[in-house]
Design a protein around this ligand. Sequence first.
Ligand code: 6GU
Length: 251
Amino acid sequence: MRIDLLTIFPGYFTGPLDTSLVASARDADILDVRVHDLRDWATDRHRSVDDAPYGGGAGMVMRADVLVDAAESVWNDVPPGAAPPAAGAVAGGARPRTVLFTPRGRPLDQALVRELAGEERLVLLCGRYEGIDERVHELVATDEVSLGDYVLMGGEVAAAAVIEAVVRLLPGVLGNATSTAEESFERGLLEHPQYTRPAELRGLGVPEVLRSGDHGAVAAWRHAQALARTRAVRPDLLGPDGSAEGATRPG
Ligand code: 6GU
């Protein structure tokens, strides 16, 4: 998979892209990430990417001209300043999935992550400031995604979250293929509790069933724990009757 990141803080991604399984995926050529500085598409000597809002009001708005040019360059794989084939056009057909991060977007969940993981290319556009010119939403974004119901200073954290969540689903990235099918959300339930050695720590033991060797009993215990935990913390994941059968299966 290829991911192009568009941001005014390219340095932000140094850690997330060079650590852990994301770094391994890049080393293994499973993942090709290219980070672009939006200011490279600015046209004035201050390299501005924002301006005051029409109609007045506090804060700055990200400029549509800069962001649209940047997206078109990246879609067509041409450097800043080079002309794309035609305005709005994409060489070789459809534009790649282009995610604009904004608090007004669709909340990120595992179903969307799975969808994005199936793409060959992703373009991730990180918003900043108080807003983004509406024409960027119209001309650039195929998807608008939010991390949740709170306000961040920009979309960089959300882009890093998408990369982590997507990359771990790419074939060859995780050692244990069954583990993604059993974890939280993949079955519409939160994950059951896990234990490893030592068998006792500060007076706290390990549930006896997990040491019984009875695989059927272990599976039943885990399912009951997952259901109880989901009921307590995330009843919204369950059906109206509170049963796992009613769970909304993400995807
Ligand atoms: Cl994607 N961007 C910003 N600025 N705030 C957010 C968000 C994104 N998701 C939740 N809050």
